[in-house]
Structure formats: structure tokens, C-alpha cells
Design a protein around this ligand. Structure first.
Ligand code: HEC
Ligand code: HEC
Ligand code: HEC
Ligand code: HEC
Ligand code: HEC
Length: 204
């Protein structure tokens, strides 16, 4: 397929053959995308059209887990609402030259990431680019800090409610007993005359 399309789109074919999605580079036995997976075969559209930009299944079909974390972020949330200007997968990773993030030639390598954000965020610095696009609190291996903070805070919250609830339950019989004692104390004080001057009977 890349060769067929590459007859005319030669530069793109060349880029693609050096990307992580090329069999030659990848060596993975998993299904790799070719031109028509992302562009279709007979319904090819211009890539600056909204419909093309908003079709997240292009990448999400194969990278489902990581796409989920993208949709937790601002870029992903507003894209889902139909906003085309925030970063789509390929605005950060590239379209035909996707490489592992650890590869120094990747658009997201330490050397290149600030420039990639600067395409849309003028004045983005290395620190700004430290923002974690795929951060999730479900992965203790990649994001131990988020994972343990999430569970720490959740346990604190649950612990507070459990201890508070138990305390209330344990206190309840005691509260009823105190109420009974208060009632009988009131009844007693009503039974005794209020002032020594009163001559009336206690039952009045
Ligand atoms: C993994 C998905 C994917 C694959 C595979 C893919 N493309 Fe693309 N292609 C894109 C995306 C996304 C854009 C839009 C890039 C942009 O707007 O920055 C694009 C843009 C284009 C464009 C127009 C813009 C440009 O850069 O000139 C052409 C032409 C194109 N692709 C051809 C191809 C050919 C030929 C192949 C196979 C060798 C191919 N694509 C493989 C996702 C893909
Ligand atoms: C015979 C030559 C030829 C072949 C083969 C060919 N294309 Fe194209 N393609 C073109 C031309 C010419 C354009 C229009 C370019 C323009 O308008 O700037 C185009 C446009 C495109 C665009 C839209 C570019 C844009 O600017 O958004 C995409 C995407 C694309 N082709 C993908 C493919 C894919 C995928 C294949 C293989 C299935 C393929 N092309 C095969 C010649 C070809
Ligand atoms: C047809 C399935 C398929 C599609 C569609 C696809 N990919 Fe991939 N991608 C793969 C496979 C398979 C690998 C290799 C995974 C591996 O080696 O663990 C890969 C690898 C990657 C890597 C490197 C992963 C790493 O471990 O560092 C990135 C980044 C990536 N793809 C981004 C994208 C983006 C962005 C798009 C959309 C423009 C896309 N992919 C579309 C199948 C796909
Ligand atoms: C704002 C830029 C940005 C966008 C948008 C983005 N990514 Fe990423 N992506 C990154 C960065 C930075 C990393 C490396 C750090 C990390 O894993 O959080 C990464 C890592 C990855 C990896 C490698 C993960 C691994 O396990 O090593 C894959 C695959 C990937 N992204 C796919 C996608 C897909 C699919 C989308 C769209 C649904 C997407 N990305 C959108 C910036 C982005
Ligand atoms: C294709 C353009 C584009 C790219 C590339 C891009 N962004 Fe964005 N990003 C946007 C848009 C548009 C917004 C919406 C807010 C705005 O208008 O400033 C946004 C919003 C954000 C926000 C939320 C801002 C807020 O006010 O809460 C962060 C954080 C962010 N981007 C980080 C990044 C990082 C880090 C990178 C590089 C890895 C990056 N972006 C790359 C377009 C982009």
C-alpha cells in the first residue's frame, strides 16, 4: 500500500517507511497501520477538514488504552466536543513520522518537545512541556506519584467516613440513654415544687 500511494506521495512514503509504524522499523507482530487505515481508500478527504481532524479512531482504534487517557485531558475533552484547534494525537506525535517518544528524533523527545508545543502555545518552555498528556492514576508503574496520591487520598476519605460512621453508631445507644436520663431528670424537676413558697401538691 505505501508503495502504491507513494508513487505520487513519495516524500510521505519515505517518512512513513522510517516511522515506528513501518514493519521494517517496528518488528512487531501486531497489526500496523498503512495509508488507507487512516485515509480510507476511496473516500480520501483533505486532511485539514474538520471531519478528518476530529476522527480520533484513526489512532484510538489500535491505541485504545492510551487514547482514553488523552480524553481525560483538556485537549481530548474539547476535541470530543467538536473543537478542532486543540492538539490531536498527530499534532504531537506526527502523522507519518511517528517514533517512540524515547527516540531523539521524535517530535516529543526532550530536545524537540518544546518546539512541538510551540506550534500552538507560543512561548512554551521545556517546563510547560513537562505537562503529562497521558497521565493516569491507574498505572502505578508509569505514574507512581499519581497512583499513590489517588489511593492515599481515597483511603483517607473512606477512612474518615468509616471511623466517623462507626463512631456515630457506637455513640447512638449512649445518646438514647442520655436522652432517657434527661427526660427522667426533667420529670423529676417538674415533680418537685419550683419555689419553696409554693403550697400546691407536686402532682398539680
Ligand atoms: C497512522 C495514520 C496515518 C497513516 C498510516 C498515513 N497517514 Fe497520511 N496523514 C495522517 C494524518 C493524521 C495527516 C494530517 C497531518 C497534519 O494535518 O498535520 C495526514 C496527512 C496526509 C497527506 C496530506 C498532508 C501532507 O502531509 O502532505 C497526505 C497526502 C497523506 N497523509 C498521504 C499518506 C500516504 C501516502 C500514506 C501511506 C504511505 C499515509 N498518508 C499514511 C495520518 C496517516
Ligand atoms: C496518481 C497519483 C496519486 C496516487 C497514486 C495517490 N494520490 Fe493522493 N493525491 C494525489 C493528488 C494529485 C492529490 C491532490 C493534492 C492537492 O490537492 O494538493 C492527492 C491528495 C491526497 C490527499 C489529500 C491531501 C491534503 O492536502 O489534504 C490525501 C490524504 C491522499 N492524497 C492520500 C492518498 C492515499 C492514501 C493514496 C493511496 C491509497 C493516494 N493518495 C494515492 C495523487 C495521488
Ligand atoms: C492499525 C493499528 C495502528 C494505528 C491505526 C496506529 N498505530 Fe501506533 N502503533 C501500532 C503498533 C502495533 C505499534 C507498535 C507497538 C509496540 O511496539 O509496542 C505502534 C506504535 C506507536 C507509537 C510508539 C509507541 C511506543 O511504545 O513508544 C506511537 C507514539 C504511536 N504508535 C502513535 C500513533 C498515532 C499518533 C497514531 C494515529 C496517527 C497511530 N499510532 C495509529 C499500531 C497502530
Ligand atoms: C499534547 C501532546 C500529545 C497528544 C495530543 C497525544 N500525545 Fe501521546 N504522548 C505524548 C507524550 C509527551 C508522551 C510521552 C510521555 C507519556 O507517556 O505521557 C506520549 C506517549 C504516547 C505513547 C507511548 C506510550 C507508552 O506506553 O510508552 C503512545 C502510544 C501515544 N502517546 C499515543 C497517543 C495517541 C493515540 C493519542 C491520541 C488519542 C496521543 N498520543 C495524543 C504527547 C501527546
Ligand atoms: C495543534 C495545536 C496544539 C498543540 C500542538 C498543543 N496544544 Fe495544548 N492546547 C491547544 C489549544 C487550542 C488549547 C486550548 C486553550 C487555549 O486556547 O489556549 C490547549 C490547551 C492546553 C492546556 C490547558 C490550558 C488550560 O488553560 O488549562 C495545556 C496544559 C496544554 N494545552 C499543554 C500542551 C502541551 C504540553 C503541548 C505539547 C506537548 C501542547 N499543549 C500542544 C492546542 C495545542
Amino acid at each position: 500500500m505505501p508503495v502504491t500511494c507513494g508513487r505520487c506521495h513519495h516524500g510521505i512514503e519515505e517518512q512513513f517507511e522510517n516511522s515506528i509504524h513501518a514493519k521494517r522499523v517496528n518488528g512487531s507482530t501486531k497489526e500496523l497501520p498503512v495509508c488507507n487505515d487512516c485515509h480510507t481508500a476511496h473516500a480520501i478527504r483533505r486532511t485539514d477538514e474538520d471531519r478528518f481532524r476530529l476522527d480520533m479512531d484513526k489512532c484510538g482504534r489500535c491505541h485504545a488504552e492510551i487514547a482514553k487517557t488523552y480524553f481525560d485531558t483538556y485537549h481530548g475533552k474539547v476535541s470530543r466536543l467538536g473543537y478542532t484547534k486543540t492538539a490531536k494525537c498527530y499534532d504531537c506525535h506526527g502523522a507519518h513520522d511517528v517514533l517512540r517518544v524515547t527516540d531523539p528524533r521524535s517530535h516529543l523527545s526532550r530536545a524537540n518537545v518544546a518546539a512541538t508545543c510551540q506550534k500552538c502555545h507560543a512561548g512554551a518552555t521545556r517546563r510547560f512541556a513537562g505537562y503529562l498528556t497521558h497521565a493516569t492514576h491507574h498505572d502505578p508503574r508509569k505514574y507512581p506519584f499519581l497512583f499513590y496520591t489517588f489511593w492515599g487520598m481515597t483511603m483517607l476519605l473512606l477512612g474518615t467516613f468509616v471511623i466517623g460512621g462507626l463512631h456515630t453508631l457506637l455513640w447512638l445507644p449512649r445518646a438514647f440513654q442520655m436522652r432517657r436520663e434527661l427526660r427522667s431528670a426533667e420529670a423529676e424537676s417538674a415533680a418537685t415544687p419550683e419555689t419553696p413558697a409554693s403550697k400546691e401538691s407536686p402532682d398539680a
